[in-house]
Design a protein around this ligand. Structure first.
Ligand SMILES: N[C@@H](CCC(=O)N[C@@H](CS)C(=O)NCC(=O)O)C(=O)O
Length: 267
């Protein structure tokens, strides 16, 4: 739990169950932060998150957002839509009409392939050095779960690999597909437009930038991420290459211009 004690929930509009470094959780955090929603984050270790997600009323994935009226939103896209009801019409991530439909379609495409592919590639490279990732992977998670991480290193590696079907061949194919998405995004922007669907920031832009985080390690991410120097060499090389790619430069600009920090985190 961040920026607030366990007991102090005054003014809280919801609770967000996360794996803190998860990019799907970042996607939800970004939308909630942008809408100025006050919420408490409940960060958990990978695999333990399944119990936390179920306990909150969701499925086996995070983010899960529980609103102050006890509505349970267990898909990041549903959290974005809920957050969108809290912003002025001209700032909506899903504008009315065709633009909104296009934003929805691009978001779904990125959620389906790009998100899982980037995660698989990143885990394949970092699981061998999982203990060196502790200071980032464990940000804000409960003490007993940190204990599980410390004693369970090799077992965590095996368990996550099995759970997500990670091996060298899968990681290499995932990186190929990630490169394809970066090229696709760059192609969409090649006519000089400011955002993926024109001159307005939508759910498609937010989703691309958040889900690109394993490849770009943005400094303004809503949970601490390692710098490239802390990553294994092969990963660091790819991060630097993709940061320089036009789609990487675009995501970096979105983080600089659109990623407002969480209101209560600054307090
Ligand atoms: N479609 C879901 C995907 C979320 C997702 O894949 N979350 C990951 C963390 S990055 C997770 O919980 N993975 C565990 C699992 O798939 O069981 C969403 O958009 O919320």
């Amino acid at each position: 739990m961040r920026g607030q004690s366990l007991c102090d929930t005054r003014g809280v509009r919801g609770r967000l169950v996360t794996i803190p470094i998860s990019h799907f959780c970042e996607k939800a955090r970004w939308a909630l932060d942008r809408a100025g929603v006050d919420y408490v984050e409940h960060p958990h270790l990978q695999l333990i998150h399944v119990f936390a997600a179920r306990f909150a009323g969701g499925g086996r994935t995070v983010p899960v957002f529980v609103t102050d009226t006890r509505e349970v939103l267990a898909e990041s896209a549903d959290i974005l839509r809920w957050a969108d009801t809290r912003v002025a019409t001209n700032r909506r991530l899903y504008p009315e009409g065709d633009l909104g439909a296009q934003a929805t379609a691009l978001e779904a495409w990125l959620d389906e392939g790009f998100g899982p592919d980037g995660r698989l590639w990143m885990y394949h490279g970092t699981l061998p050095v999982v203990h060196e990732m502790g200071q980032w992977a464990l940000a804000g998670i409960p003490a007993w779960e940190r204990g599980v991480f410390r004693v369970g290193g090799p077992a965590i590696d095996v368990a996550i690999r099995r759970y997500l079907g990670i091996d060298a061949a899968a990681a290499s194919m995932a990186l190929d597909r990630v490169n394809g998405v970066f090229n696709d995004i760059a192609g969409r922007l090649s006519d000089g437009r400011r955002f993926l669907l024109g001159d307005r920031f939508t759910a498609a832009d937010l989703t691309f930038a958040a889900l690109a985080a394993p490849m770009l390690l943005p400094a303004r991410y809503g949970s601490p991420l390692p710098p490239p120097e802390a990553m294994p060499d092969g990963l660091a090389r790819e991060v630097r290459r993709l940061r320089a790619h036009p789609a990487g430069v675009f995501a970096d600009r979105l983080y600089a211009e659109e990623r407002v920090p969480r209101a209560s985190a600054a307090a």
